[in-house]
Design a protein around this ligand. Structure first.
Ligand SMILES: Nc1ncnc2c1ncn2[C@@H]1O[C@H](COP(=O)(O)OP(=O)(O)O)[C@@H](O)[C@H]1O
Ligand SMILES: N[C@@H](CCOP(=O)(O)O)C(=O)O
Length: 323
């Protein structure tokens, strides 16, 4: 290991949550939401202390298993530096296991904190956006949430999986090797000025890894074609024609497979869509997201309350920031 970070070096990071998929864009579309976590890290003499307040406090581990710490360690490792000890303080506002990208935000937050520490100590430059997207998506296994948390706004992301030949000949970067050959990329979608979101958040949780297990390995070509057309339309709807949002948020690849384990969410999506709203399952659920360009009708709030969902209207957020 190369440089050792001086005791007292510190950094503060703010990272937004996100909503992935936006209906048809499974594992490739996402939008950053103005509900953010803060991560403050200070280099200390020895050991590791983790302090958590807000969402997840009392539930997440307070040792090396903590996701922010794992990402922080990975970032320091990639930068080729070590720390004699670390104090990590997390102030969490993104609800966990609701489909609002908390795990991706934790990975981005830890990696950005590593980036902030190495640059504050003057031992290495900050990670660029592309590197942050690569490293954080490796934690997730899909880039849609992580890319939105890094870049802010709405993003299209994509994954390149090395074929057997290139894997045999060796990965072309340490990141690629550690990701089992996956390379992750993203670009921002310019957003229409009137675009806004409403999130309908239930009290119940749902694990992303569990509900990914409900999805089939292959789908009918007609369903693939259906989603390809809606995903392409989604980019136009988000950027310049919000009136297409209703059509652009249809999906046949993931939502109905997950519906049996989130009936109230499925019922809420159906009810909101009957009102003409562009409602989708947020990420892997159970939160429901509405992409809109005008106010919600009162009936939307009434249905949400009856089904046990709280409505929040976060701004569309900028990407991760290092203070
Ligand atoms: N800020 C955080 N700090 C530590 N662990 C976290 C944090 N955010 C999320 N996690 C971990 O990720 C899990 C939730 O991930 P996931 O099922 O993907 O849901 P989400 O949609 O919220 O990302 C939590 O149960 C916790 O283990
Ligand atoms: N494309 C992923 C998105 C998961 O988002 P999360 O916020 O629920 O973790 C999926 O649909 O599995």
């Amino acid at each position: 290991m190369g440089a050792v970070l001086p005791v007292g070096t510190s950094t503060s990071v703010r990272v937004p949550g996100s909503s992935a998929n936006l209906g048809p864009g499974f594992d490739c579309l996402g939008i950053a939401l103005g509900v953010s976590d803060d991560v403050d890290v200070t280099v200390v003499d020895e050991g590791l202390t983790v302090e958590v307040t807000g969402e997840g406090a009392g539930g997440v581990p307070l040792d090396e298993a903590h996701l922010v710490v794992r990402a922080l360690r990975r970032g320091l490792d990639v930068a080729g530096v070590s720390a004699p000890g670390l104090h990590v303080r997390c102030v969490n506002r993104i609800p966990h296991s609701r489909g609002l990208g908390s795990s991706a935000a934790a990975a981005v937050g830890g990696l950005a904190a590593a980036s902030g520490l190495v640059s504050a100590a003057g031992v290495a430059p900050r990670f660029g956006h592309d590197e942050l997207i690569q490293l954080s998506s490796e934690f997730e296994g899909h880039p849609d949430n992580a890319a939105a948390s890094v870049l802010g706004g709405a993003v299209v992301s994509w994954t390149e999986v090395a074929d057997a030949g290139s894997a045999a000949s060796g990965a072309d970067s340490a990141a690629e090797a550690s990701a089992g050959g996956c390379r992750y990329f993203a670009r921002s979608i310019p957003l229409h000025d009137d675009l806004a979101v409403s999130a309908f958040v239930p009290a119940v949780e749902s694990s992303t890894s569990v509900t990914r297990g409900l999805l089939p390995d292959s789908v009918a070509r007609a369903d693939a074609v259906f989603n390809v057309s809606r995903s392409a339309l989604a980019v136009i709807a988000l950027s310049r024609d919000p009136e297409c949002l209703f059509a652009a948020t249809q999906d046949r690849l993931h939502q109905h497979y997950r519906a049996p384990v989130m009936r109230p969410s499925a019922e809420l999506v159906a009810g909101l869509r009957q009102m003409g709203l562009a409602a989708v399952i947020s990420g892997a659920g159970p939160t429901v997201l509405v992409l809109r360009w005008k106010s919600l009708p009162p009936a939307a709030g009434e249905l949400a309350a009856r089904l046990g969902f709280s409505v929040v209207e976060p701004p569309i957020a900028d990407g991760v920031s290092i203070v």
